[in-house]
Design a protein around this ligand. Sequence first.
Ligand code: COA
Length: 138
Amino acid sequence: MTFRPLNPNEKEIVKSFLRDVFERDFDDSFFSENNNPTVLEINGEIIGFLSYFYILDEAELFLIAVKKEFQGLGYGKILLEYLLNKLKENNVKVCYLEVSSKNSRAINLYKKLGFYEYGYREKYYSSSDDAILMKKEL
Ligand SMILES: CC(C)(COP(=O)(O)OP(=O)(O)OC[C@H]1O[C@@H](n2cnc3c(N)ncnc32)[C@H](O)[C@@H]1OP(=O)(O)O)[C@@H](O)C(=O)NCCC(=O)NCCS
């Protein structure tokens, strides 16, 4: 199991797996170097993806995803733990994220790793779903 930065020539592979997971397209900002596009690879296959930003002691998680056929096997937790350790090593003190109130799987994962709700945005997404704002002190 390897965590590593996304190679620019792998962008289309990841875009296609994200399309499969979210049923929508993601713009290039998620893959820009500033947003630390990171893959989880197993036996040469990319099965997970993270995109996040940090500056000084604050971070924001933009995207975490596990390939459909690998979901529910613990890889989401492994990816998020990897991120939290990496942030700690870089002296980040707090990590923020937002998540659809309907995404109970992701919310469960975030709570399990110590994130808590600190805010709510009604009809935040284009689908008109509400957003839950979460954070974790590191
Ligand atoms: C959310 C996501 C990253 C979680 O990764 P995963 O590999 O499926 O999750 P894990 O197997 O590591 O499970 C971690 C925890 O998530 C929760 N979880 C996992 N599957 C779940 C399910 N079917 N229903 C509810 N909670 C679930 C549980 O709390 C679980 O911990 P436990 O197994 O110890 O009880 C993954 O399912 C995914 O890519 N989903 C689609 C994309 C997405 O919604 N991303 C988040 C918003 S950007």
